[in-house]
Design a protein around this ligand. Structure first.
Ligand SMILES: Nc1ncnc2c1ncn2[C@@H]1O[C@H](COP(=O)(O)OP(=O)(O)OP(=O)(O)O)[C@@H](O)[C@H]1O
Length: 292
C-alpha cells in the first residue's frame, strides 16, 4: 500500500526554493533514510507531509488524502524532532500521558520499558531535562506511538553512542514485530546504514537519489589502478570523483559493472569495490555541488 505520494512538490520561502519539483512514493512497512546536506530540504519535506506547512505547488497525498489540516490522516502520523516544544511545567510522565491520548496505537508497556532503558526521570520537569534526555523522551514517544507513519528528524542530538545504539536496536526489534513506515532523517549515515532499506537523498531541494539501499551497494563503486587502465575502463561512465596519487588513480563511478566488465577490470589490474553508503552520499552530493 502507498502511504505517501508526492508529485512535482515544490516549496518556496520568498526567493529560497527549499523543495524543487520532488516526486516519490513511500510505501507501507519500509524504513526510509531521508538524507542530504544541511539545508537540503529534509525538514521542509517532513513538515509538508505532516501537514505543518503547505506546498507552493505540486501534489501531495497522505493515506490518499491532503495532509494539510487533515486530522484523520494526521492521526496516523508521529513526527519526532529535536526541537520539540512541550507545555510549560510538564513533567516526563505528563508527556507520556498526553501521548497515550493522542496516538491510537500507543503501547504503554513499551513506553515504560523505554523510559527504563533510557533512565528517564518520570517526575522531572521537561524543561530541566538534559539535551540527551530530551532526545530520549522524543524517541520514546516516537517508538511507543507505533504510528503507521513515523518520522524521526535527527532525533539523536545529545544522545551518547550507547543511547543511540539502544534507539536503533529498539526501533529494529519493534519494527520486526509491528511493521510500519519509518522515515529517519540523519547525518550519521554509517550508523544507520544497516537499518535503512531505502534511501531518499535530497540536494539543494532536488531529489537526487531514490533507491533501495541494497541496490545502491553495487551502484556506486571505487575503481583503483594504473592511470591509463582506469581511463580505459571508465570512458563514457558517470565519474563522481577522481583522485590521483603518483601513477595510481582512484575514481568513484556511478553505475553497476557487469561480469564482463569486472573481468576486464581484473585483467587491467584494477580493484573494484563498493563504497559505503556514507561515501556514496558524499560523492553524489559533491557531484551536484561541483556541477552547479
Ligand atoms: N521558514 C523558513 N523561511 C525561510 N527559509 C526557510 C524556512 N524554512 C526553511 N528554509 C530554508 O529552506 C531550505 C531547506 O531547509 P530545511 O530545514 O528543510 O533543510 P534540512 O535539509 O532539514 O537541513 P538540516 O540538515 O540543516 O536540518 C534552507 O535553505 C532553509 O534556510
Amino acid at each position: 500500500m502507498t502511504v505517501v505520494t508526492a508529485s512535482g512538490l515544490t516549496k518556496r520561502y520568498g526567493d529560497v526554493t527549499a523543495l524543487d519539483d520532488v516526486s516519490f512514493t513511500l510505501t507501507e512497512n519500509v524504513i526510509y533514510g531521508l538524507l542530504g546536506r544541511n539545508g537540503a530540504g529534509k525538514t521542509t519535506l517532513m513538515q509538508l507531509i505532516t501537514g505543518q506547512n503547505s506546498a507552493t505547488s505540486g501534489e501531495l497525498r497522505l493515506f490518499g488524502e491532503h495532509p494539510y489540516e487533515n486530522e484523520r490522516a494526521l492521526q496516523q502520523v508521529v513526527f519526532v524532532k529535536e526541537s520539540q516544544k512541550y507545555p510549560q511545567a510538564y513533567k516526563v510522565w505528563h508527556v507520556l500521558s498526553l501521548a497515550s491520548h493522542l496516538f491510537p496505537n500507543w503501547d504503554k508497556d513499551f513506553a515504560e520499558s523505554l523510559v527504563d532503558d533510557f533512565k528517564l526521570p518520570r517526575k522531572r520537569d521537561v524543561r530541566k531535562l538534559s539535551r540527551g534526555m530530551l532526545s530520549a523522551l522524543g524517541v520514546t514517544v516516537g517508538l511507543a506511538a507505533r504510528a503507521p507513519l513515523t518520522f524521526f528528524d535527527e532525533p539523536y542530538l545529545g544522545l551518547d553512542a550507547v543511547a543511540r545504539q539502544l534507539f536503533y536496536d529498539r526501533l529494529l526489534a519493534d519494527y520486526a514485530e509491528h511493521p510500519r513506515t519509518v522515515v529517519l532523517s540523519t547525518h550519521l549515515i554509517d550508523e544507520v546504514a544497516d537499518l535503512i532499506e531505502h534511501v531518499l537523498l535530497l540536494d539543494g531541494g532536488k531529489l537526487v537519489l531514490d533507491a533501495d539501499t541494497e541496490e545502491l551497494r553495487g551502484e556506486v563503486m571505487d575503481a583503483t589502478g594504473p592511470a591509463g587502465a582506469i581511463d580505459e575502463l571508465v570512458t563514457g561512465r558517470d565519474v563522481l570523483h577522481r583522485q590521483q596519487l603518483g601513477g595510481t588513480v582512484r575514481v568513484t563511478v556511478r553505475g553497476a559493472f557487469d561480469n564482463a566488465e569486472r573481468l576486464r577490470a581484473k585483467k587491467l589490474g584494477i580493484d573494484l569495490e563498493p563504497v559505503s553508503l556514507q561515501q556514496a552520499v558524499v560523492r553524489l552530493t559533491m557531484e551536484r555541488t561541483a556541477a552547479r
